[in-house]
Design a protein around this ligand. Structure first.
Ligand SMILES: [Ca+2]
Ligand SMILES: [Ca+2]
Ligand SMILES: [Ca+2]
Length: 273
């Protein structure tokens, strides 16, 4: 921690830079801000490039600017999603496995499918909310698609997100009742940031519905997901970690070439909502 901190301190930067100049070792001078944990792209570099048009904005202006930025993307087919998830959700401790979102289980990449005990493709923004299906578009956008146990995926179904309910069998730390699902603490923020990414990415200006969060449950097939107040709380309580940041990076580098802004700038959740 202390050695990391040192590199962020501007006065030391300046001192280091002058020493470099004095000794004539020159031009390689002050390095950019070091990468955020687990991510390859320096946050400052992203601000100077990818997010440049959004900086300094707030509210609807920020949302609109981010929509333009993240809509420039490569789109996958639903069958391509399988291989993509094997890369984005790979277990850092075992490259043969993926980590399942709700259960947290590390499972062989090859055990994907529809049988009991397999993992399949969970749409965190439930695809019936806006009825976008699995056509290329929101239904194949891997920013919100995650590996999940077939049965747990079925238990979550198309429920909105909220706190409370009974323990979910086979998925420790997850709870559900008749109208909502509460994921385990370690992925609460991930879920919130995925939902809010979808809200910004899909604004109704393509062939799909304008997706938006609201503060309800029982949204049914409306293009809404709740509850926004709970998602905002989850985003604060569970800030981005290296797994989530790496995932964003892999999607950006290798697959869709767009980013989830709320992983890079979690403070933009409050700036917009
Ligand atoms: Ca409920
Ligand atoms: Ca997390
Ligand atoms: Ca929207």
């Amino acid at each position: 921690m202390s050695s990391r901190r040192r590199f962020y301190a501007r006065p030391l930067f300046a001192a280091a830079a002058s020493i470099v100049v004095l000794t004539g070792a020159a031009s390689t001078a002050p390095a950019a801000t070091p990468p955020i944990d687990g991510a390859a792209s320096p946050a400052a570099a992203l601000d100077d490039t990818y997010y440049q048009a959004a900086l300094g904005k707030t509210g609807t202006a920020l949302k609109s600017s981010l929509h333009t930025i993240i809509s420039d993307q490569t789109k996958l087919s639903y069958s391509q999603v399988w291989d993509a998830l094997k890369a984005t959700d790979a277990d850092p401790a075992n490259s043969s496995n993926v980590i399942l979102l709700y259960t947290g289980r590390s499972q062989s990449k090859s055990e994907n499918g529809g049988d009991v005990g397999d993992w399949n493709r969970e749409h965190v923004w439930a695809k019936s909310h806006g009825d976008f299906g699995t056509a290329t578009g929101p239904g194949t956008d891997i920013h919100h698609l995650r590996p999940e146990d077939v049965q747990v995926n079925s238990i979550r179904g198309n429920k909105d997100f909220d706190n409370g309910g009974s323990a979910v069998s086979g998925a420790p730390g997850n709870y559900t009742d008749g109208d909502s699902f509460e994921p385990r603490d370690a992925v609460k923020g991930d879920v919130a940031r995925m939902i809010l990414y979808m809200a910004v990415r899909y604004e109704g200006d393509d062939a799909f519905a304008d997706l938006e969060p609201n503060d309800s449950v029982n949204n049914g097939s409306a293009p809404k997901i709740g509850r926004l107040s709970v998602l905002k709380q989850w985003s604060q309580e569970d800030p981005p970690d290296s797994f989530e940041q790496n995932r964003n990076e892999v999607i950006f580098d290798q697959f869709q070439h767009n980013r989830n802004p709320f992983i890079d700038h979690p403070e933009w959740v409050e700036a917009i909502w």
